[in-house]
Design a protein around this ligand. Structure first.
Ligand code: ATP
Length: 569
């Protein structure tokens, strides 16, 4: 199957198509049609079941527009850039790293520095894909991917469309920690639109400017183990670690989750979610022979990630990143703690109060006058810091502190230095974060691409989507062999009953029966029910399975239960 086959089928059968076609369309924006929107929702629901409900996490729903300070703190304003090269002849913009990847044998160019990528472009005599002009010597620049807007009239309050749903969770951490009763670990999910002003959108819904992310931010205490590793310990992972990628003959490494942790190949929390992820992808029909987990190379990681593994699927000879599993450490919470007025730590209660020695000062403020260089308070604050850090400094008769670049010697007795025993009931800890960040559109694309197949039926080529029943947008097609003699009426009654029982049903009475089956095969409908003459005599119908095309006769009355079982798998 080529990418074009899939895009053509997706458009014809109502899965997805470029939006606003009536106005020429805009690159990077897609509409999901009647089948696609349901497929996407079904995928999202299975994600909720696996990553949220099964794991005991909770979902939130935060705004898609956020004020500038959020992205100053998160680092997106400064560093969320791609490398842009603009053709001096036709003005078309290109991603410099993609240009290199597409035209050399370099596979991952994202981590290459700007001067080096400029050299590569010149060295390989790369040209503008649009007009063929040589791009050697053309400057490469950083381009920030966030869409900017103004909040309210005027431009005094800039805002940005969120480039990831995650920040909406991080900024609310102080509230969310309270709901979690300040107990780690706890997880918060969010699913919704994210926006990136991609330099060159491509591969239909794989790289778009508005897309859906499903993210889980799991807040953990880094000193504690994963509590439930057992749940996924035996799941087999196909791993492509960074050191293998750097070898000429690097290969995949096959490990269970447990082995990957024991052998220190993957961080234990990340490994846990690679296990969960694999179970999920498999259940929705991602072909495990065309799937792998690839570790990011050191220079490739996002500004916040301490370690990152991507789930990648193979489509049409290309590996596509469908999910990033990042160990974000305490990067985001520390930044928001530093930039905002709120406290982003958790107070971790000790089992037993701890007795600790605490050094304090109680300086004679009348003594610490302006002759000590600054305000008396500045000197006192400096003494306080010193007491915390270096008790030995108070062992002599005089203590030396530096204020405003000058050193001052203060008689120790005037500092009120003392060491006391205190009981501490707990401590403030900055949680770490592990994050599976799923691009729903790329998952939907993969599910469709891996479901697509062609075979021969009665001498004719049939195109079909072998979608898993759990995600297929239409679950069952109901057809009367012919409209006449009461078959149409019976088929409509069956349709009505099955809809009332919660099934997604398509009723179709147009065209010959073979053509109707083909139509549903191409849409990916797993089952079809046909009402024929026999049905009118004995109240049975044929039930046909899409992939095998096998048919069995079943009593009409048994259909809801039977289809229910088939849906459950
Ligand atoms: P890429 O390197 O492909 O640009 P990324 O590493 O920047 O992606 P992340 O920031 O890790 O992506 O985002 C998490 C997930 O969001 C990705 O795994 C991907 O599935 C999805 N995603 C990111 N950018 C886009 C996009 N422009 N269109 C569709 N999905 C996207």
């Amino acid at each position: 199957m080529s990418r074009n086959d899939l895009v053509e089928l997706a458009k014809r059968r109502g899965y997805f198509f470029q939006s606003a076609g009536a106005y020429g369309g805009v690159s990077g924006f897609y509409t999901y049609g009647p089948q696609g929107a349901t497929l996407k929702q079904n995928v999202e629901n299975t994600w909720r079941e696996r990553f949220q409900i099964r794991e005991g996490h909770r979902e939130i729903d935060s705004p898609t527009v956020m004020p500038e300070p959020v992205f100053e703190a998160s680092g997106h304003l400064d560093t969320f850039d791609d490398m842009l090269v603009e053709c001096p002849e036709c003005g078309e913009s290109h991603r410099a790293d993609h240009l290199v990847e597409d035209n050399t044998d370099i596979e991952e160019a994202e981590s290459i520095s700007i001067p080096d990528i400029e050299d590569l472009i010149a060295e390989h005599e790369l040209v503008c894909p649009n007009c063929g002009t040589e791009l050697g010597g053309v400057p490469v620049e950083d381009f920030n991917l966030m869409f900017e807007t103004n909040i309210g009239p005027g431009d005094s309050s800039p805002g940005y469309l969120r480039p990831e749903t995650a920040q909406g969770i991080f900024v609310e951490f102080p509230q969310l920690a309270e709901y979690a009763r300040n107990q780690l670990p706890f997880g918060i999910t969010q699913i919704g639109k994210a926006y990136r002003n991609e330099i060159s959108p491509r591969k239909s819904i794989v790289r778009v400017r508005e897309f859906t992310q499903a993210e889980l931010e799991h807040f953990i205490d880094p000193t504690e183990d994963v509590p439930d590793l057992d749940r996924v310990a035996d799941v087999e992972l196909k791993l492509y670690p960074a050191d293998e990628q750097e070898k000429d003959d690097g290969d995949y490494v096959y490990k269970t989750v447990e082995e990957a942790v024991e052998e220190d190949i993957v961080h234990e929390w990340v490994a846990y979610y690679l296990g969960v992820g694999k179970q999920w992808y498999e259940s929705i029909g991602v072909d495990m022979d065309r799937f792998r987990y690839r570790q990011h190379l050191a220079g490739e990681r996002a500004h916040y990630a301490a370690d990152c593994w991507d789930a990648e699927s193979e489509v049409d000879g290309d590996w596509i990143e469908i999910t990033g599993f990042a160990y974000r450490s305490d990067y985001d919470l520390s930044k928001h703690d530093e930039y905002s007025d709120d406290d982003f730590t958790i107070f971790k209660q000790y089992d037993e109060p701890k007795v600790v020695e605490r050094a304090t000062v109680d300086p004679d403020m009348s003594y610490l006058g302006p002759e000590f260089g600054g305000e008396a308070g500045d000197v006192a604050a400096e003494l306080e810091l010193l007491a915390e850090r270096d008790r030995a400094a108070f062992e002599d008769d005089e203590v030396t502190v530096e204020v405003g670049g000058e050193e001052y010697a203060i008689p120790t007795e005037k500092t009120g230095f003392s060491v006391e025993e205190q009981k501490e009931t707990g401590e403030h800890v900055m949680p770490h974060v592990v994050e599976p960040s799923i691009g729903i559109d790329r998952v939907v694309y993969t599910v469709l691409a891996h479901a697509y197949g062609e075979d021969e039926i009665e001498g004719e080529t049939r195109k079909r989507l072998s979608l898993e029943p759990e995600v297929a947008p239409t679950f069952v097609g109901v057809f009367p062999l012919m409209e006449k003699d009461g078959m149409g009426e019976t088929a409509r009654e069956i349709t009505e009953d099955l809809r009332a029982a919660g099934f997604d049903v398509t009723y179709d009475d147009s065209g010959n029966i073979g053509r109707r089956y083909r139509r549903q095969d191409e849409v990916g409908t797993p089952f079809c029910v046909t009402v024929d003459y026999e049905a009118l005599e004995d109240d049975t119908v044929t039930l046909r399975e899409r992939d095998s095309t096998e048919q069995i006769r079943v009593p009409i009355a048994d259909l809801p239960d039977l289809l229910g079982d088939l849906r459950e798998g």
